[in-house]
Design a protein around this ligand. Structure first.
Ligand SMILES: NC(=O)c1ccc[n+]([C@@H]2O[C@H](COP(=O)([O-])OP(=O)(O)OC[C@H]3O[C@@H](n4cnc5c(N)ncnc54)[C@H](O)[C@@H]3O)[C@@H](O)[C@H]2O)c1
Length: 277
């Protein structure tokens, strides 16, 4: 998709971090934008912050884990803008993991938001994009944690590997419809993701308290706080949408970690191909 002027976008997690930066970049490129988010006050502030962009900016409350909520947000977007060409399935949360924190509520929450949220977005918007026939682009926010698991036995990388997998499949299916797919895989970005639990619905029970004195956590938190600026991530996303790129990497230094994983996989194939003794 070369041109954003006059095109409408729907972005989940639009009230904060990468989602908000993406909405700002789309508006600056001439697009109309619907910010969708579960956090009402942050959403209102985010919409207000984009009011001077000169574009049509709206906000809608939406819980991506709930298909009824996503369908309602989609209908509000169609009513506001008519045709929608860009879908950003970006909302995401992190929760504690590791073999000492196997809480099923954590798994359900993170899977519902990070994985089922993407499915709900595609389910609500793809029929509309197919029907208007003008093509479009879907950006699914995964993570570098969808390429290499640095986070132990945890729901976050599980969902991000899944987002990479389903997006690769989706890309093949929608290409003949003139719809592109990009998979955003950043490493550390300076956002509010460390405070994900602020938007954890009660139905998933209380969050496992974070031990902020744990040196591993402190190092991780510092790397998020000093991570890439979300505007830089959004700039890469728009370039990738224009050039119809499937994978969007923002941190080139992660190449060696991905190579290491792939080499281990290729070595296993070499063993499979070796004559058995
Ligand atoms: N920050 C990083 O270092 C980093 C790295 C890789 C990938 N990501 C991914 O980027 C995406 C955006 O996260 P961020 O870093 O900007 O964090 P953020 O916390 O700043 O923004 C996430 C947004 O998602 C919203 N949200 C949470 N649950 C929701 C729900 N059920 N329905 C709708 N909205 C919901 C939050 O209210 C918030 O506005 C996530 O998918 C995250 O996994 C972040």
């Amino acid at each position: 998709m070369q041109e954003f002027v006059g095109k409408a976008a729907f972005v989940t997690g639009g009230a904060s971090g990468i989602g908000l930066a993406l909405c700002r970049a789309l508006a600056e490129a001439g697009g109309k934008v619907m910010l969708a988010d579960i956090e009402e006050a942050a959403l209102d502030a985010a919409v207000a912050s984009l009011a001077g962009s000169g574009q049509e900016i709206r906000g809608v409350i939406c819980d991506v884990a709930d298909p009824t909520s996503v369908d309602a947000a989609a209908q509000a977007t169609f009513s506001a803008f008519g045709k929608v060409h860009i879908l950003g399935n970006n909302a995401g949360v992190g929760a504690r993991g590791g073999i000492n924190h196997i809480a099923l509520d954590n798994w359900r929450w993170v899977v519902d938001v990070n994985l089922i949220g993407v499915v709900n977005g595609v389910r609500a918007f793809l029929p509309h994009m197919r029907a208007h026939g003008e093509g479009g682009h879907i950006v699914n926010t995964a993570s570098m944690a969808g390429m290499v698991n640095f986070q132990r036995f945890a729901p976050y990388p599980a969902t991000k590997y899944a987002v990479v997998g389903i997006s690769e499949g989706l890309a093949k299916e929608v290409k003949p419809l003139g719809i592109g797919v990009s998979i955003l895989c950043p490493r550390f970005v300076r956002t509010n993701i460390l405070e994900s639990a602020r938007n954890r619905p009660e139905r998933y029970g209380p969050a496992t308290p974070t031990d902020t004195t744990n040196p591993l956590y402190a190092r991780f938190a510092e790397r998020v706080r000093t991570g890439m600026h979300p505007a830089e991530v959004a700039r890469r996303v728009l370039a990738a949408v224009r050039d119809d790129e499937l994978y969007i990497f923002t941190h080139p230094e992660m190449r060696s970690a991905v190579e290491e994983r792939f080499q281990a996989i290729l070595a296993a194939f070499d063993r499979a191909a070796a004559p058995s003794l």
